[in-house]
Design a binder for this molecule. Structure first.
Ligand SMILES: [Zn+2]
Ligand SMILES: [Zn+2]
Length: 235
Protein backbone atom coordinates (compact mmCIF):
# COMPACT_ATOMS: atom_id res chain seq x y z
CA UNK A 1 0.00 0.00 0.00
CA UNK A 2 1.36 3.46 -1.01
CA UNK A 3 1.45 6.49 1.24
CA UNK A 4 1.17 8.94 -1.66
CA UNK A 5 -1.61 11.32 -0.82
CA UNK A 6 -1.74 12.82 -4.34
CA UNK A 7 -4.69 11.53 -6.33
CA UNK A 8 -3.47 9.64 -9.40
CA UNK A 9 -3.46 11.66 -12.61
CA UNK A 10 -3.17 15.01 -10.80
CA UNK A 11 -0.26 17.12 -12.08
CA UNK A 12 2.34 17.56 -9.36
CA UNK A 13 3.35 21.15 -8.74
CA UNK A 14 7.11 21.87 -9.01
CA UNK A 15 7.44 22.88 -5.39
CA UNK A 16 5.74 19.79 -4.03
CA UNK A 17 7.67 17.60 -6.51
CA UNK A 18 11.17 18.33 -5.23
CA UNK A 19 9.97 19.19 -1.74
CA UNK A 20 11.90 22.47 -1.70
CA UNK A 21 10.98 25.19 0.74
CA UNK A 22 10.75 28.77 -0.47
CA UNK A 23 14.19 29.49 0.98
CA UNK A 24 15.73 26.54 -0.87
CA UNK A 25 14.19 27.67 -4.15
CA UNK A 26 15.55 31.16 -3.69
CA UNK A 27 19.08 29.97 -3.02
CA UNK A 28 18.88 27.65 -6.06
CA UNK A 29 17.82 30.54 -8.26
CA UNK A 30 20.59 32.66 -6.85
CA UNK A 31 23.16 29.99 -7.79
CA UNK A 32 21.76 29.85 -11.33
CA UNK A 33 22.10 33.60 -11.62
CA UNK A 34 25.68 33.52 -10.42
CA UNK A 35 26.57 30.73 -12.84
CA UNK A 36 24.89 32.62 -15.64
CA UNK A 37 26.95 35.70 -15.04
CA UNK A 38 30.31 33.94 -14.98
CA UNK A 39 29.46 32.20 -18.24
CA UNK A 40 29.53 35.53 -20.04
CA UNK A 41 32.93 35.41 -21.73
CA UNK A 42 35.50 37.88 -20.57
CA UNK A 43 33.36 39.22 -17.77
CA UNK A 44 35.14 39.08 -14.46
CA UNK A 45 32.83 38.72 -11.48
CA UNK A 46 32.17 42.06 -9.91
CA UNK A 47 33.48 43.99 -12.90
CA UNK A 48 31.18 43.89 -15.89
CA UNK A 49 32.98 46.68 -17.74
CA UNK A 50 36.35 44.91 -18.25
CA UNK A 51 37.08 44.23 -21.95
CA UNK A 52 38.15 40.77 -23.21
CA UNK A 53 41.89 40.43 -23.67
CA UNK A 54 43.34 40.72 -27.16
CA UNK A 55 44.94 37.73 -28.78
CA UNK A 56 47.45 37.21 -31.58
CA UNK A 57 45.91 35.48 -34.62
CA UNK A 58 47.48 32.06 -35.14
CA UNK A 59 47.65 32.63 -38.91
CA UNK A 60 48.28 36.29 -39.72
CA UNK A 61 49.73 37.25 -36.31
CA UNK A 62 47.68 40.42 -35.98
CA UNK A 63 45.98 41.27 -32.70
CA UNK A 64 42.25 40.71 -32.48
CA UNK A 65 39.53 40.60 -29.87
CA UNK A 66 38.04 37.12 -29.61
CA UNK A 67 34.24 36.72 -29.52
CA UNK A 68 34.45 33.18 -28.26
CA UNK A 69 36.77 31.41 -25.86
CA UNK A 70 39.48 29.34 -27.57
CA UNK A 71 39.17 31.44 -30.72
CA UNK A 72 42.60 31.17 -32.35
CA UNK A 73 42.18 33.22 -35.50
CA UNK A 74 41.02 36.73 -36.32
CA UNK A 75 38.32 35.94 -38.88
CA UNK A 76 36.88 33.71 -41.59
CA UNK A 77 39.86 33.89 -43.97
CA UNK A 78 42.35 32.94 -41.31
CA UNK A 79 39.98 30.28 -40.02
CA UNK A 80 39.85 28.72 -43.50
CA UNK A 81 43.65 28.99 -43.80
CA UNK A 82 44.11 27.33 -40.42
CA UNK A 83 41.69 24.55 -41.35
CA UNK A 84 43.60 23.90 -44.57
CA UNK A 85 46.93 23.91 -42.79
CA UNK A 86 45.67 21.41 -40.23
CA UNK A 87 44.30 19.23 -43.02
CA UNK A 88 47.65 19.27 -44.84
CA UNK A 89 49.50 18.38 -41.63
CA UNK A 90 47.07 15.57 -40.94
CA UNK A 91 47.45 14.17 -44.45
CA UNK A 92 51.25 14.38 -44.24
CA UNK A 93 51.14 12.56 -40.91
CA UNK A 94 48.90 9.86 -42.38
CA UNK A 95 51.26 9.44 -45.34
CA UNK A 96 54.23 9.07 -42.97
CA UNK A 97 52.35 6.52 -40.89
CA UNK A 98 51.35 4.53 -43.99
CA UNK A 99 54.93 4.55 -45.28
CA UNK A 100 56.25 3.43 -41.93
CA UNK A 101 53.64 0.66 -41.67
CA UNK A 102 54.49 -0.47 -45.22
CA UNK A 103 58.17 -0.56 -44.37
CA UNK A 104 57.47 -2.52 -41.20
CA UNK A 105 55.35 -4.97 -43.19
CA UNK A 106 58.05 -5.42 -45.86
CA UNK A 107 60.68 -5.94 -43.16
CA UNK A 108 58.51 -8.48 -41.38
CA UNK A 109 58.12 -10.45 -44.63
CA UNK A 110 61.88 -10.67 -45.17
CA UNK A 111 63.39 -14.09 -44.69
CA UNK A 112 66.73 -14.90 -43.10
CA UNK A 113 68.04 -15.35 -46.65
CA UNK A 114 66.92 -11.83 -47.57
CA UNK A 115 68.64 -10.37 -44.53
CA UNK A 116 71.75 -12.42 -45.34
CA UNK A 117 71.89 -11.03 -48.88
CA UNK A 118 71.37 -7.47 -47.68
CA UNK A 119 74.03 -7.82 -45.00
CA UNK A 120 76.42 -9.33 -47.57
CA UNK A 121 75.84 -6.49 -50.04
CA UNK A 122 76.61 -3.88 -47.39
CA UNK A 123 79.62 -5.81 -46.04
CA UNK A 124 81.02 -6.24 -49.57
CA UNK A 125 80.62 -2.56 -50.25
CA UNK A 126 82.58 -1.81 -47.09
CA UNK A 127 85.37 -4.22 -48.21
CA UNK A 128 85.59 -2.47 -51.60
CA UNK A 129 85.87 0.89 -49.84
CA UNK A 130 88.42 -0.41 -47.33
CA UNK A 131 90.62 -1.81 -50.15
CA UNK A 132 90.07 1.05 -52.56
CA UNK A 133 93.21 1.65 -54.64
CA UNK A 134 94.73 -1.74 -53.76
CA UNK A 135 95.47 -4.37 -56.39
CA UNK A 136 93.48 -7.58 -56.82
CA UNK A 137 94.43 -9.88 -53.95
CA UNK A 138 94.85 -12.84 -56.32
CA UNK A 139 96.49 -11.61 -59.53
CA UNK A 140 98.03 -8.40 -58.22
CA UNK A 141 96.67 -6.34 -61.11
CA UNK A 142 95.18 -2.91 -60.67
CA UNK A 143 92.07 -3.86 -62.51
CA UNK A 144 90.30 -1.05 -64.32
CA UNK A 145 87.01 -2.87 -64.68
CA UNK A 146 84.63 -4.12 -62.04
CA UNK A 147 86.04 -5.13 -58.70
CA UNK A 148 84.44 -7.49 -56.22
CA UNK A 149 84.75 -8.31 -52.57
CA UNK A 150 86.18 -11.83 -52.89
CA UNK A 151 86.09 -14.41 -50.13
CA UNK A 152 89.26 -16.39 -49.54
CA UNK A 153 87.30 -19.29 -48.07
CA UNK A 154 83.95 -19.42 -49.79
CA UNK A 155 80.60 -18.66 -48.18
CA UNK A 156 79.38 -22.14 -49.11
CA UNK A 157 82.34 -23.92 -47.55
CA UNK A 158 82.84 -21.65 -44.51
CA UNK A 159 79.65 -19.76 -43.76
CA UNK A 160 81.06 -18.67 -40.39
CA UNK A 161 83.62 -16.53 -42.27
CA UNK A 162 81.02 -14.91 -44.49
CA UNK A 163 81.39 -11.57 -42.70
CA UNK A 164 84.97 -11.96 -41.44
CA UNK A 165 87.00 -8.92 -42.61
CA UNK A 166 90.24 -10.99 -42.74
CA UNK A 167 88.57 -13.44 -45.13
CA UNK A 168 87.33 -10.92 -47.69
CA UNK A 169 89.39 -8.64 -49.92
CA UNK A 170 89.20 -6.64 -53.07
CA UNK A 171 89.46 -8.88 -56.08
CA UNK A 172 89.16 -8.28 -59.80
CA UNK A 173 86.05 -9.55 -61.51
CA UNK A 174 87.86 -12.13 -63.69
CA UNK A 175 89.63 -13.71 -60.69
CA UNK A 176 86.47 -13.71 -58.63
CA UNK A 177 84.12 -14.90 -61.34
CA UNK A 178 86.10 -17.11 -63.67
CA UNK A 179 89.02 -18.44 -61.67
CA UNK A 180 86.99 -19.59 -58.63
CA UNK A 181 88.65 -16.92 -56.55
CA UNK A 182 92.14 -17.88 -57.82
CA UNK A 183 92.74 -19.27 -54.36
CA UNK A 184 96.37 -20.41 -54.54
CA UNK A 185 97.49 -16.90 -55.46
CA UNK A 186 94.93 -15.47 -53.02
CA UNK A 187 96.56 -17.41 -50.18
CA UNK A 188 100.07 -16.20 -51.08
CA UNK A 189 99.06 -12.52 -51.10
CA UNK A 190 96.93 -12.98 -48.01
CA UNK A 191 99.97 -14.25 -46.06
CA UNK A 192 101.82 -11.11 -47.18
CA UNK A 193 98.96 -8.87 -46.09
CA UNK A 194 97.81 -10.33 -42.79
CA UNK A 195 100.50 -12.89 -41.88
CA UNK A 196 100.53 -16.67 -41.85
CA UNK A 197 99.15 -16.92 -38.34
CA UNK A 198 95.90 -15.18 -39.26
CA UNK A 199 95.60 -17.15 -42.49
CA UNK A 200 95.93 -20.36 -40.50
CA UNK A 201 93.39 -19.08 -38.02
CA UNK A 202 90.97 -18.54 -40.92
CA UNK A 203 91.62 -22.08 -42.13
CA UNK A 204 91.29 -23.60 -38.67
CA UNK A 205 88.03 -24.76 -37.11
CA UNK A 206 85.61 -22.20 -35.67
CA UNK A 207 82.76 -22.43 -33.24
CA UNK A 208 79.67 -21.14 -34.93
CA UNK A 209 75.94 -21.34 -34.23
CA UNK A 210 74.60 -19.81 -37.40
CA UNK A 211 73.21 -16.35 -38.01
CA UNK A 212 69.90 -15.27 -36.56
CA UNK A 213 67.91 -12.55 -38.30
CA UNK A 214 68.97 -10.20 -35.51
CA UNK A 215 72.65 -11.08 -36.11
CA UNK A 216 72.24 -10.26 -39.80
CA UNK A 217 70.41 -7.02 -39.07
CA UNK A 218 73.21 -6.02 -36.69
CA UNK A 219 75.89 -6.88 -39.29
CA UNK A 220 74.07 -4.86 -41.92
CA UNK A 221 73.74 -1.86 -39.58
CA UNK A 222 77.40 -2.06 -38.48
CA UNK A 223 78.90 -2.19 -41.97
CA UNK A 224 76.53 0.33 -43.41
CA UNK A 225 77.70 2.77 -40.71
CA UNK A 226 81.37 1.90 -41.35
CA UNK A 227 80.93 2.30 -45.13
CA UNK A 228 79.26 5.68 -44.63
CA UNK A 229 82.15 6.79 -42.43
CA UNK A 230 84.74 5.75 -45.04
CA UNK A 231 82.83 7.48 -47.82
CA UNK A 232 82.55 10.65 -45.76
CA UNK A 233 86.24 10.65 -44.79
CA UNK A 234 87.20 10.39 -48.47
CA UNK A 235 84.70 12.99 -49.61
ZN1 LIG B 1 44.35 36.33 -38.95
ZN1 LIG C 1 92.58 -10.64 -60.21
Amino acid sequence: MTLNTQPTGTPISPSSQDGLTTADTQSKNLKRTTQGSTKGYGLQSGNGSKKPKQKKCKVCKTLFTPNKPLQAVCGVDCSVALGEKRKRLKQAKERRETASADRAKRESLKTRGDWGREAQAVFNKWVRLRDQGMPCISCGRHHMGQVHAGHYLSVGARPELRFEPLNVHLQCAPCNTYLSGNSILYRQSLIERIGLEKVEWLEGPHKWNGYSIDDLKAIKAKYSALARELEKSRG
